[in-house]
Design a protein around this ligand. Structure first.
Ligand code: NAD
Length: 468
């Protein structure tokens, strides 16, 4: 496995960029240079879009079942690289080994397998009166992805788009571009037809902006920050290109007075700090019924204090570093400015001397209107807020410009009733497990559209009515 990559993947070939510049990829645990990838250009994007356009009619003209066979081969080639995927994400992002294996490698393989299976048994065409309703691929897709689940976020788009019959130009995050190369190695080996899947690495303002504004791109599928999602929507608006956005979150974990508080807090802290808190669905606000509040605060502080921080390749490590020095500085800024009661972690907790580490940090008595409770921090920082009734809990939970995920704990009927009232795209009741085939996406400024499973496939389709 090499971390020195000097090629883009365009039209089924490994090709050089039009510019000799490269991007340095850092290991956030050691702060050493891990490898390099090409700093692609707008002209590289032109070439990749041309290749994707040239391949579109042929790929769109194949049956979904035939595309499922290609995805099946791609899955086999990617599964053979599972160990390399986990190791690469451990090195370029700092995800602890077990989570890297289970989530960073395991989840995209599950999602890809799911799309291969879905394509193998397409939904039958529907008739409405004298109309035949058919679903067709939307066209050339520009996929732009972030660094926190760097292969999963790519596969969620690519597998669904390919199953639908679209062709793709991908730009992965410049902070974690190496794992995407393993997908393209697999695609090359699996014989994905030339031009169907193209890779242009580079920065957001150069390659990302070129994709978002390209007249040959019919749809932009983006995962990342709300600010960038807004810029991409503006860029796509002039040509009325379709946009799908998976953006930020500030999700609430609501613990009712009849909940199993011990479990709710332990699972809640684990959720908030997964991937060092760099998870868009993280339950970063813990809302607790006042009668159980003190118990929950002390348990959350104790749980956070028990998490070991360090080298992601040490088996005892629960929290690795943040992805970059800039991300660490941003997160510490929120901690410095906070005016709530610090009960774990903070600025003075002991940490390894090298690496972009932040201690697992818990604040209690957080004002629901404060920066801490309103802004997406994207680091291991949990805010605990008391509430006085179910109505109060719902009002606090929904007092957010985001609406991505959430949790509710309590007696099943009552918890379900609260879950229905949360204005978010997903809610887990009493620790219900993440479902990689269920629709995933946000309300409000958390996004537009849904990924995963059949709903994710539909995002990449147009609907046509043929009257007879
Ligand atoms: P980001 O928005 O800075 O970058 C995401 C991608 O967009 C990167 O590939 C980047 O190069 C590119 N980009 C940056 N500027 C661009 C521009 N002007 N035009 C086109 N592309 C551009 O986000 P990030 O820092 O990589 O990720 C962290 C953020 O992403 C957090 O806010 C997090 O909540 C959000 N996120 C959301 C989800 C979700 O599914 N809802 C998943 C992961 C991350």
């Amino acid at each position: 496995m090499t971390f020195e990559r000097d090629r883009l993947y365009v039209g089924g070939e490994w090709v050089p960029s039009s510019s000799p510049s490269s991007i340095e990829v850092e290991n956030p645990t050691t702060e050493e240079v891990l490898g390099h990838v090409p700093a692609g250009t707008a002209s590289d994007v032109d070439g990749a879009v041309a290749a994707a356009r040239a391949a579109f009619d042929g790929w769109a003209g194949t049956s979904m079942a035939a595309r499922g066979e290609v995805l099946d081969r791609l899955h086999a080639a990617l599964a053979a690289r599972a160990g390399d995927i986990a190791r690469t994400v451990g090195l370029e992002l700092g995800t602890p080994r077990k989570v890297a294996e289970r989530v960073q490698a395991g989840l995209p393989l599950t999602v890809l397998r799911g799309y291969a299976d879905l394509a193998a048994r397409p939904v039958p065409e529907e008739t409405v009166g004298n109309s035949l309703v058919v679903h067709e691929p939307v066209g050339v897709v520009g996929a732009i992805t972030p660094w926190n689940y760097p292969l999963h976020q790519v596969v969620a788009k690519v597998a669904a788009a390919l199953a639908a019959g679209c062709t793709v130009v991908l730009k992965p995050s410049e902070l974690t571009p190496l794992v995407a190369y393993l997908l393209f190695d697999a695609a090359d080996e699996a014989g994905v037809p030339a031009g169907v899947l193209n890779l242009v690495t580079g920065t957001g303002p150069v390659v990302g902006a070129a994709i978002a504004g390209h007249p040959g791109v019919d749809m932009v599928s983006f995962t990342g920050s709300t600010a960038t999602g807004r810029a991409i929507t503006h860029a796509a608006a002039d040509r009325i290109a379709r946009v799908a956005l998976e953006l930020g979150g500030k999700s609430a974990n609501v613990i009712l007075d009849d909940a199993d508080v011990t479990r709710a807090v332990k699972v809640g802290v684990g959720n908030a700090f997964l991937n060092s808190g760099q998870t868009c669905t993280a339950w970063t606000r813990m809302l607790v019924a006042r009668s159980r509040y003190d118990e929950a605060v002390s348990l959350a502080a104790k749980t956070a204090g028990s998490y070991s921080v360090g080298d992601p390749f040490d088996d005892g490590t629960r929290l690795g570093p943040l992805v970059s020095a800039a991300q660490k500085a941003r997160v510490l800024g929120f901690v410095e400015r906070a005016s709530a009661r610090l009960v774990a972690g903070g600025l003075d907790a002991p940490l390894p001397s090298a690496g972009h580490f932040v201690a697992p940090t818990v604040f209690a008595d957080v004002d629901p209107a404060s920066e801490l409770a309103q802004e997406e921090i994207f680091g291991p920082v949990l805010s605990i807020i008391p509430f006085d009734s179910d109505d109060d809990a719902v009002a606090i939970a929904n007092n957010s410009r985001y609406g991505l995920a959430g949790g509710v704990w309590g007696s099943p009927d009552r918890a379900l009733a609260v879950a229905r009232r949360l204005r978010t795209g997903a809610v887990d009741v009493n620790g219900g497990a993440f479902n990689p085939f269920a629709p995933f996406g946000g309300y409000k400024q958390s996004g537009i559209g849904r990924e995963l499973g059949q709903y994710g496939l539909a995002e990449f389709q147009q609907t046509k009515a043929i009257q007879r």
